[in-house]
Design a binder for this molecule. Structure first.
Ligand code: SAH
Ligand code: SF4
Length: 370
């Protein structure tokens, strides 16, 4: 995609400034060295961009003025404009729709709690998107129903976290917004490096969780990073036939293969893996299905996170009653499987995935039609 433009620019002898945070720290070190600058300057600029969240090179007051001017011609450092904000739970959950330009927008959510560890008080979790839309087509997911538009760059992923760190502390980052992070692995990993680097946001790798529909090559690359990043694999069914109906693109990968991938991740990274399971009324929520699920994942250090379906427009699916959710949960526990039910806060703004974007688009359409 960028090839023709790059070639054109090369022919014109110009290069468009690139987002600073689309470069790795190693690349920045090399580029700054090329400007004749000492090595530490790249890290200094990174600290301003991440720890301080500045959006203007002029604000980097301990960097010499001449270099600041040079940086402003070589790089960009902008914050995406906010198109919409919605809040729930008396402000404990906030969702923003960020404008990435060219008609593309993604959502990010801030939760003043940890949705998967409600007892850990005082934690702030930010949920980020990795793609505009998603190609995986899960039938229960608003993003999946939107189709795929494009991958986000590392800087666009980091920008979502920075939007919230400018307002205060963030402890956890979960890759559970719009899109499939491991269908955009390079940008996802580059963003994670900025989050954990001491000269970046300096976050704990253990506070970061990547949720995947189950792309094994990406899981392996995540493990190769050598970081203790948490991994969630979205399973949603106890058998492959049902899983293929819910995730039409899952065809090539079986549940057994995903359990094997989870086992390998646990062995290599020493971190428990979570299996996400969206509960759909009358589809995958019977006690019998809970027992079958238990038999497939028994024996590994896994945990099941049950997510009662968040109704999204047009899918014709329903959220199970609290009684059915409880029965499914208890059936797993009775089988010796560690399981929790995702905290339901923020549900009125559909904090799970994709929905703000859908609402927003629908409202815009309605306005156009009116
Ligand atoms: N693409 C990744 C991460 C984004 S979705 C993945 O699929 O894992 C984050 C989680 O929200 C996934 O477990 C996904 O299955 C779940 N999810 C998506 N839409 C949902 C809905 N309407 N109700 C409940 N869970 C949903
Ligand atoms: Fe994509 Fe995840 Fe939604 Fe499936 S659930 S369509 S993988 S974002």
């Amino acid at each position: 995609m960028t090839q023709p433009t790059d070639t054109l620019e090369a022919m014109n002898g110009t290069t468009r400034p690139r987002p600073l945070l689309d470069h790795s720290l190693a690349e920045l070190d090399a580029l700054f060295a090329g400007f004749g600058e000492p090595r530490y300057r790249a890290r200094q600029a990174a600290r301003w961009a991440l720890k301080r969240g500045v959006t203007d090179f002029e604000a980097m007051s301990d960097i010499p003025a001449a270099l600041r001017a040079r940086l402003a011609t070589e790089f960009t450092l902008s914050a995406p404009p906010v198109l919409a904000t919605t809040a729930a739970d008396d402000g404990a959950t906030t969702k923003v729709l960020l404008d990435l330009g060219g008609g593309a927008a993604v959502e990010a959510v801030r939760m003043a709690y940890d949705p998967d560890e409600p007892l850990a008080l005082g934690r702030v979790t930010v949920c980020v998107s990795t793609q505009v839309g998603c190609a995986m087509g899960c039938v229960f997911c608003a993003t999946g129903q939107q189709g795929f538009t494009r991958n986000l760059s590392a800087s666009e992923i980091v920008a979502q976290v920075l939007h919230f760190t400018r307002q205060g502390r963030v402890n956890n980052v979960v890759f559970m917004g719009m899109g499939e992070p491991l269908a955009n692995t390079s940008a996802t990993l580059a963003a994670i490096r900025w989050l954990v680097d001491a000269d970046g946001l300096d976050m704990r790798a253990r506070g970061i969780t990547v949720s995947t529909v189950g792309l094994r090559a990406g899981i392996r690359r995540l493990a190769d990073e050598g970081l203790q990043v948490g991994l969630t694999i979205s399973l949603h069914a106890p058998d492959d036939a049902l899983r293929r109906r819910l995730i039409p693109t899952a065809g090539g990968t079986t549940i057994d293969e995903l359990v094997a991938a989870a086992r390998e991740y646990i062995e290599r990274r020493g971190r428990r893996v979570t299996f996400a399971y969206a509960l759909l009324d009358g589809v995958n929520d019977s006690e019998e299905q809970a027992r079958r699920l238990a038999s497939r994942i028994r024996g590994i250090q896994a945990h099941v996170n049950l997510i009662p379906y968040n109704p999204t427009a047009g899918a014709g699916l329903r959220r199970p009653s609290p009684q059915r959710v409880r029965a499914f949960h208890e059936a797993l526990l009775a089988e010796g499987i560690n399981a929790t039910v995702r905290m339901e806060r923020g549900v009125d703004i559909a904090a799970a995935c994709g929905q703000l974007r859908t609402d927003f688009a629908t409202r815009a359409d309605a306005l156009t039609l009116a």
